[in-house]
Ligand binder design. Structure first.
Ligand code: CA
Length: 228
């Protein structure tokens, strides 16, 4: 899950970024309206969280320009408590939800998940490849009907790979989608996380076939193996 946050108030941006990251949601933050619109239009975000009062270009104008350019990424507007006019205008312009400031980050996370579920439809509430099933609502994984205890980061990484079985993802892509910020490309957090997932899978599978679910592709990255 990858979210774009366009918010110029540093204090709010910090608590949202920290709160989302702790809950396994990768977040890219941008403080300027024009830069926010450009990023939003490049796509590749599951949800855009838009503040309304922004330098450069305001949130409602970003939303209008996104919808005008046929960018259908779901948008949650952050509104001031009493700005009914902004909310109504935002919903009319194609916002999917709004949240009045001040808010708890838990509520924003719940709304992001609710929005993604609503748009993805019931069909994608569970993701299954081979013996492994991810329940994307309960954020819970099972392998051959046995529960697998995963951290939010491990879950997000598996979810990312399993959405496109067989496709190779570079460490940079995985870092960006699962961790959500520019990491030193020489960091080994991806490898460490994959190693932990593999060892958890290996504990469940005495036949030792499960660790190969995530394949290392030399010089390229990782992929989730297509079941035979
Ligand atoms: Ca603002």
């Amino acid at each position: 899950m990858k979210v774009l946050l366009v918010e110029d108030e540093q204090k709010i941006a910090d608590f949202v970024c920290d709160g989302l990251a702790q809950r396994g949601v990768a977040v890219i933050h941008c403080e300027d309206g024009n830069a926010g619109l450009e990023l939003a239009c490049k796509g590749d975000f599951d949800v855009v969280v838009l503040d309304i009062m922004l330098p450069g270009r305001d949130g409602l104008s970003i939303l209008k320009a996104m919808r005008g350019a046929d960018v259908s990424t779901p948008v949650i507007l952050l509104t001031a408590r009493n700005e009914l006019g902004d909310r109504i205008e935002g919903l009319n312009l194609g916002a999917d939800d709004y949240l009045a400031k001040p808010f708890f980050v838990e509520e924003l996370v719940a709304r992001i998940h609710a929005l993604v579920r609503r748009l993805a439809g019931n069909r994608q509430n569970t993701l299954q490849v081979g013996h492994l099933t991810l329940d994307r609502i309960r954020r819970h994984a099972t392998c051959k009907d046995q529960s697998v205890e995963l951290t939010t980061r491990e879950f997000s990484l598996l979810e990312y790979l399993m959405r496109s079985p067989g496709q190779v993802f570079t460490r940079g892509q995985i870092l960006e989608h699962v961790w959500g910020y520019d990491f030193d490309p020489s960091t080994n957090v991806v490898d460490v996380c994959i190693k932990r997932i593999r060892s958890k899978m290996a504990e469940l599978s005495p036949q030792r076939d499960a660790p190969a679910m995530i394949e290392s592709v030399r010089g390229a990255g990782y992929r989730f193996r297509h079941p035979i």
